[in-house]
Design a protein around this ligand. Structure first.
Ligand code: PGA
Length: 254
C-alpha cells in the first residue's frame, strides 16, 4: 500500500520566528509520526533554521523551487546542491504559481525534475488545469501533457523518488476545493498514464497528492479516495491548528 504523504507549502508566508515556532510545534506534536510521510516547504531564506528545528524528527523539509544549474550567474535563484546542503529532502517543482506567475514552461520544469533527481532531491511535481481548460473539456489533455513532459527524462527506477501533486489551478487558494469525485477522477487518469509511460509497478507505487484548498474539514473525504495518496497543503499548512488535523486525518486512513 502507498504511504500517505502530507506536505505543507508555506509559499511566501511567515517570518523566521513564526516559521521556527510552527516547526517546533509540529515537531512536538507529530514529529514521531511514522505511518504518514510529512514535509514542510518554507521560503528559501528560512530553510536552514527550519531544518535545524526539525532535525531528529520524522518531518522532512523541502524547497519550493530550484534552478537547473548547480551554481553560476543566476541572480535570485537557488540550486539543488544548495537545498541539499541545508538539509532538504524534497523540492516542489512546477507549482502553478511558478507556471502562471513566473512563466515556467513544461520543458524548463522537465529539466528541473531531472536535475533534482540527479542531485538526490525528491521532486514533488505539480500539475493541474485552469478553470478555462476544464470548462473547455481539456482537463485530461492538459494534465496528461504536463505529467508526460515533466517525466520525459525520468526512468522507472527513479520514479521511486518522485511525488506527483494534482492541483487544479481553480482550487488553489480559492476555497473551492475539487470534490472527492473530481479529484479521484484525475488521480486515476494520472495513474493510468504512469502505467503507459512506465509500467504497472510504477503506477501502483507512485504517490499522487491532491492540492487546492485542502483543510481539516475536507481532508478525510479527499484522502479517503482510492487514488489520492496525500495532500499538498497551502493556506492550511500555516498554522498547527489546521495542519495537524490534516496529518491526523491521514493517519486514521493509514
Ligand atoms: P491552498 O494551496 O491549499 O492554499 O489552496 C495549495 C498549493 O498551492 O499548493
Amino acid at each position: 500500500m502507498r504511504k500517505l504523504f502530507v506536505a505543507g507549502n508555506w509559499k511566501m508566508n511567515l517570518d523566521c520566528e513564526g516559521g521556527c515556532h510552527l516547526a517546533e510545534t509540529l515537531k512536538q506534536q507529530v514529529g514521531d509520526v511514522s505511518d504518514v510521510d510529512i514535509a514542510v516547504c518554507p521560503p528559501a531564506v528560512y530553510l536552514k533554521p527550519i531544518c535545524d528545528v526539525l532535525n531528529g524528527s520524522n518531518i522532512a523539509v523541502g524547497g519550493q523551487n530550484m534552478h537547473t544549474e548547480s551554481s553560476g550567474a543566476f541572480t535570485g535563484e537557488v540550486s539543488g546542491p544548495m537545498l541539499l546542503d541545508v538539509g532538504c529532502d524534497y523540492v516542489i517543482i512546477g507549482h502553478s504559481e511558478r507556471r502562471h506567475v513566473f512563466g515556467e514552461t513544461d520543458d524548463f520544469i522537465a529539466e528541473k525534475v531531472s536535475k533534482a533527481l540527479k542531485d538526490g532531491i525528491k521532486p514533488i511535481v505539480c500539475v493541474g488545469e485552469t478553470i478555462e481548460q476544464r470548462e473547455a473539456g481539456k482537463m485530461k489533455e492538459v494534465v496528461c501533457r504536463q505529467v508526460e513532459s515533466a517525466l520525459k527524462s525520468v526512468d522507472a527506477e527513479a520514479m521511486d523518488s518522485v511525488t506527483i501533486a494534482y492541483e487544479p489551478v481553480w482550487a488553489i487558494g480559492t476555497g473551492h476545493t475539487a470534490t472527492p469525485d473530481q479529484a479521484e477522477e484525475v488521480h486515476a487518469i494520472i495513474r493510468s498514464l504512469l502505467a503507459d509511460l512506465f509500467d504497472n509497478g510504477v503506477a501502483e507505487t507512485t504517490v499522487i497528492q491532491y492540492g487546492g484548498s485542502v483543510k481539516p474539514a475536507n481532508a478525510t473525504e479527499l484522502l479517503g479516495q482510492k487514488n489520492v495518496d496525500g495532500a499538498l497543503v497551502g493556506g492550511a499548512s500555516l498554522t498547527a491548528e489546521n495542519f495537524i488535523p490534516i496529518i491526523e486525518a491521514a493517519q486514521k486512513l493509514s
